[in-house]
Design a protein around this ligand. Structure first.
Ligand code: TPP
Length: 313
């Protein structure tokens, strides 16, 4: 990874963390609709994988992958408006959290049904192959989500059709409050039969970036899908309403030591690659101003309630 890419990756991870921190503040002020799902401790797996893609590739993130959306050009203003349910947000107040897409930026909206995005992205990858386009499709899945039928159906199709699909598996310790050994046999990395599987320290941003780059090259060479398993840990609850009381505090402390953000900052410092001085303060000030602007945005007009739906009464 060259210096410019490394600094971009650092800024993306920092922006992700600070954007989510700002959303948590809005939640605690009672401003957001619904709960807040964040990726604390998992920013490297979201940002470094997306950053390894080309501009024409397509992503389908999940709730822990806001960082991937920011890398692809989604803005904190859109995210705040969406969490606040405002008319000027990406879904006009119809949806909340990061459940919005952007065709222009190659982002397919997250869906709540875990696993469902894998067959969808296998279809996207199939369309690339049929058109002879050098593009890849990428999506993410948690250890819990890998226990769905859709996970197997989608990956199996990608394997037999040798599709350019990268599935990033986030082994993050818990599915809600359930540890992997209570809901799956073996390890996540054993689950994608026939797919080229790479396992990487998901809290090492540089290693994740290199692995994602290798995965993309594998796909572009026509060698079929890659299952990129990132070993990481969810440092906060499933969402803000979850205090994580089921997690051993010692285990949490061990993983906090491996927080990907300070770790990558040390990696940069070892190369004498310096982020812009005061970067965190600048981003924090910008995010505060953006959140304040989002709070003044209009609510959806109740008269439009039946518009923009699949069926209209
Ligand atoms: C098919 C399906 N079953 C159940 C749920 C409810 N659900 C939402 S998140 C979640 C836990 C997901 O755990 P994991 O896939 O490990 O991801 P993580 O939350 O750890 O990032 C569950 C069971 C769902 N959204 N979709």
């Amino acid at each position: 990874m060259d210096q410019a890419t490394a600094l971009r990756l650092h800024e993306a991870m920092l922006l992700t963390r600070l954007t989510e921190e700002r959303i948590v503040k809005l939640f605690r002020q009672g401003q957001t609709l619904g709960s807040v799902y964040r990726s604390l401790g998992q920013e490297a797996t979201a940002c470094a994988t997306a950053l390894a893609l080309g501009p024409d590739d397509v992503i389908a993130p999940l709730i822990r992958n806001l960082g991937a959306m920011l890398v692809r050009g989604a803005t904190p203003l859109e995210v705040f408006l969406q969490y606040l349910g405002r008319a000027t947000g990406p879904s006009g107040g119809r949806e909340h959290n990061n459940h919005f897409g952007s065709v222009a930026r190659g982002i397919i909206a997250p869906t709540s049904m875990l696993g469902a995005l894998i067959p969808i992205m296998a279809g996207v990858a199939l369309s690339f192959r049929q058109r002879g386009e050098q593009r890849v499709a990428m999506t993410w899945i948690g250890d819990g989500g890998s226990s769905t039928g859709a996970f197997y159906e989608g990956l199996n199709l990608a394997v037999v059709q040798r599709l350019p699909l990268i599935v990033v598996g986030e082994a993050n310790g818990f599915a809600f409050s359930t540890p992997p050994e209570r809901q799956m046999a073996g390890h996540l990395s054993e689950r994608a039969q026939g797919a080229h599987t790479l396992t990487v320290d998901g809290n090492d941003a540089a290693a994740v970036y290199e692995a994602a780059t290798a995965a993309r090259n594998h796909c572009l060479a026509g060698l079929g899908p890659v299952f990129l398993v990132c070993e990481t840990f969810r440092l906060s609850g499933h969402a803000e309403h979850d205090d994580q009381r089921y997690v051993d505090p010692e285990l949490l402390a061990q993983w906090a030591e491996r927080d990907p953000l300070p770790r990558f900052e040390a990696w940069l410092a070892a190369r004498d690659w310096r982020p812009e001085p005061g970067l965190a303060q600048r981003l924090e000030a910008e995010l505060l101003a953006t959140a304040e602007a989002a709070l003044t945005a209009p609510w959806p007009d109740p008269a439009t309630l039946t518009q923009g739906l699949f069926t209209q009464q």
